[in-house]
Design a protein around this ligand. Structure first.
Ligand SMILES: Cc1cc2nc3c(=O)[nH]c(=O)nc-3n(C[C@H](O)[C@H](O)[C@H](O)COP(=O)(O)OP(=O)(O)OC[C@H]3O[C@@H](n4cnc5c(N)ncnc54)[C@H](O)[C@@H]3O)c2cc1C
Length: 672
């Protein structure tokens, strides 16, 4: 699978990389974390040749991984999960979920989680984005406009280049899209797989038979309903499009952009003489190993923290920023107290129903070893037939009562369920809770349904909770950043989450029993007919639900009085020149997978910073063409060289190691 031009490609890529020995003494901007958001911001800021930018990434470049050269391989389940490209975090035992310790993968490689994710391209809804904007507008109405739906949509579209599906794929799967609500000419490629299976065509009619209408324009702000989602895929060669292949690999030489991999940011250094209410960062310390030498690089303008929902609070806490009780207990000297850092953690949880398959699945084709199974088009297949369903579909006549019960439980929940004693954090819990509760009557997904046909002989439908009322936290418990951050999502601490998932699971069953899907399905094998009463389903969910990989809000953009970490301009409260710009800042959950909004956030962050420093964009910079093959000067086949990852995650939630873990637990068949 190694393309002929691979070595040429590597020579081009390597031009941006520096070693710890060759790193400069100082840079205008230091970007801590070369993941999805970090690489977007690095690429955009370095468009100005006079602006110097350093990216520090804990993981490797990924350039030498043979599987990166393959197509995305939606049905190849030699996932990168569980490898050295995965942080392989784990939760603490979850009290309300069978005391289970759950795996939480995150990408540890250039591109971050965009390099290992399931490639689903899904937008949040307009009402959710505007709810986020409203939460910060009371603090700074004018800056909050960056997060208003129309403005945010523009920044999401800026990152995208859409290619419509092949006619036969479109017809077979009933794909519906509005090309003008997805971007054109941006770096990240958005399209559909090159291969489709007839059973996917059963999805929308079966949803309709269950009362779930199709979404005519799921990327335009109303994603409620059923659709076959687009993917972050390059249709010129069927490879993964991710932040490295889109924003970095195609760049022409840029002397002002340095990328240092295998280098963990150990802390941000602050000027101890600076105002304690506005600490000035002077540099960043990093090291390649826990016991290795520390090196410091100085910053002239800003440190931009882009370590993701776990990495960003980890970096800040080890820098002495965060809740005093946490830092005291860990033994890290306090530099700037910020009680909300690491708090407000919200995640999507998912569980699935499995049936025997009566029709051919992608897993069958893959297992057959046939000629088709070896074609790039087939390997590009990532099943993305989904639906977002609202409370009235889930709860019918009881929807209003369910919402009232949640509203009435606010005071007690705020008193008993917040994992912090800080009044600000409690206020933030209430603000997020109320905003989430008020959205319930909207045409908005409370449960996401996902079809999976990746297993030989089996078909599954997942039900994933989109708006958790349980809020958890992440925190440190040592002085070494090389010790993992402690992850406590506090799953199912709020009753509404279990009830909503229960109804979601029942709905998944109803869709499977509706025509024409039922013609493709044999008996239900998991959880099986023995799990049918509400109490049985609840018990089963406590024992089997897993993460859908969408943690957010650990550096929430909220007023400081509500335990916020960043303001509307993404600046960390109490620090003069440090921002956080990644998925950790969304203060509330979206009914969406998080890559698309994170690209939008990163584009918007780059614009905010450029406007502040009056940094121009380079005209006709090839980064605007991304990993499209249309730019002859750029590294325009970057994806065929190193963009594709042999990741088996058509259903992102249950691939690779996670799935294998589940198998051990439930002694079930290998599905994904
Ligand atoms: C398995 C999986 C499947 C997913 N599936 C989908 C999907 O199908 N569709 C979708 O839209 N979203 C999906 N997501 C979610 C999406 O990929 C993430 O929300 C998104 O990548 C978040 O971007 P980020 O920039 O916030 O963080 P990341 O992309 O995770 O980047 C953070 C980066 O910071 C680095 N870092 C952390 N700490 C340090 C440190 N101390 N020093 C230096 N570097 C550090 C990390 O190594 C990483 O490269 C999935 C995620 C996972 C894990």
């Amino acid at each position: 699978h190694i393309p002929n031009n691979y070595h040429h490609a590597r020579a081009l890529h390597i031009r941006n990389y520096v070693t710890s020995a060759s790193v400069a003494d100082s840079y205008d901007f230091i970007i801590a974390g070369g993941g999805l958001a970090g690489l977007v911001i690095a690429s955009r800021l370095s468009e100005d040749p006079d602006t110097t930018v350093l990216v520090l990434e804990a993981g490797e470049s990924g350039d030498d991984v043979p599987s990166f050269l393959n197509p995305p391989a939606g049905t190849y389940y030699d996932s990168l999960l569980g490898t050295s490209y995965d942080w392989a975090h784990k939760t603490v035992p979850q009290r309300n979920a069978g005391d289970r310790i759950m795996p939480w993968p995150r990408g540890k490689v250039l591109g971050g989680s965009s390099a290992i994710n399931g490639m689903y391209f899904v937008r949040p809804s307009e009402v959710e984005v505007n709810a986020w904007k409203d939460m910060i507008a009371s603090d700074d109405a004018s800056s909050s406009e960056a997060w208003e739906w129309n403005n945010f949509l523009k920044s999401m579209k800026k990152s995208e280049n859409f290619t419509p599906p092949r006619a036969e794929v479109e017809a077979m799967a009933n794909i519906r899209y509005q090309a003008d609500s997805i971007g054109a000419g941006g770096p990240m490629q958005v399209s559909y797989p090159g291969f489709m299976l007839p059973v996917v065509g059963n999805w929308l009619p079966s949803l309709e038979a269950t009362g779930i209408a199709s979404a005519p324009d799921p990327t335009g702000g109303k994603n409620y309903g059923g659709f076959v989602a687009a993917l972050s895929i390059n249709p010129t060669n069927w490879t993964r499009s991710y932040s490295k292949s889109a924003y970095i690999d195609p760049l022409p030489p840029r002397k002002n952009l340095d990328i240092l991999v295998s280098s963990t940011v150990t802390k941000i250094i602050f000027d101890e003489k600076s105002d304690s209410a506005s600490r000035v960062a002077t540099g960043v310390e990093f090291s390649s190993t826990a016991s290795g030498p520390r090196k410091v690089v100085n910053v002239k303008k800003e440190v931009i923290v882009t370590g993701g929902a776990l990495g960003s609070p980890h970096i800040l806490m080890h820098s002495g920023v965060g809740p005093k009780d946490v830092l005291d207990a860990a033994g890290v000297p306090l530099v700037s107290e910020l009680p909300g850092l690491g708090q407000h953690l919200q995640d999507h949880m998912t569980a699935l129903v499995v049936w025997d398959a009566k029709v051919e699945t992608a897993g069958d084709i893959q297992q057959s070893g046939s000629e088709i199974s070896k074609q790039a088009e087939f390997m590009s297949f990532v099943n993305s037939a989904i639906a977002y369903v609202n409370t009235s579909t889930l709860f019918a006549a009881n929807a209003g009562e369910f919402q009232t019960n949640i509203r009435n439980a606010l005071a007690e929940s705020a008193e008993t369920l917040v994992p912090s004693k800080s009044q600000e954090v409690v206020e933030g819990y209430k603000a997020i809770y109320s905003a989430t509760e008020k959205l319930m009557p909207e045409g908005l997904g409370q449960i996401e349904l996902l079809l999976s046909i990746n297993s030989p002989g089996a078909i599954a439908i997942q039900a994933a909770l989109q708006h958790a009322f349980s809020q958890g936290r992440v925190y440190i418990n040592s002085t070494s950043i090389f010790d993992p951050i402690v992850v406590d999502p506090n799953y199912f601490s709020h009753f509404a989450d279990l009830v909503t998932m229960r109804e979601g699971l029942k709905l998944a069953r109803r869709v499977g029993q509706a025509s024409p899907m039922r013609d493709a399905l044999g008996p239900e094998t998991f959880p099986g007919p023995g799990v049918s009463s509400d109490a049985q389903i609840d018990d089963w969910l406590r024992g089997n639900a897993q993460t859908e990989f969408h943690p957010a809000a650990t550096c929430a953009m909220l007023p400081r009085s509500q335990g916020g970490v960043v303001n509307a301009k993404l600046q960390v409260y109490g620090l003069a020149n440090v921002r956080v710009a990644d998925a950790s800042v969304f203060p509330l959950s979206f009914s969406a997978h998080l890559a698309s909004p994170t690209y939008g956030l990163a584009e918007q962050a780059a614009d905010i910073i450029k406007t502040l420093y009056k940094t121009p964009s380079a005209p006709n910079d090839s980064s605007n063409n991304g990993d499209s093959d249309s730019d002859p000067n750029a590294d325009n086949s970057s994806n065929s060289k190193n963009g594709g990852i042999s990741l088996g995650s058509g259903i992102p939630s249950f691939s690779g190691a996670i799935w294998r873990t589940m198998i051990c637990v439930v002694a079930f068949l290998v599905i994904f």
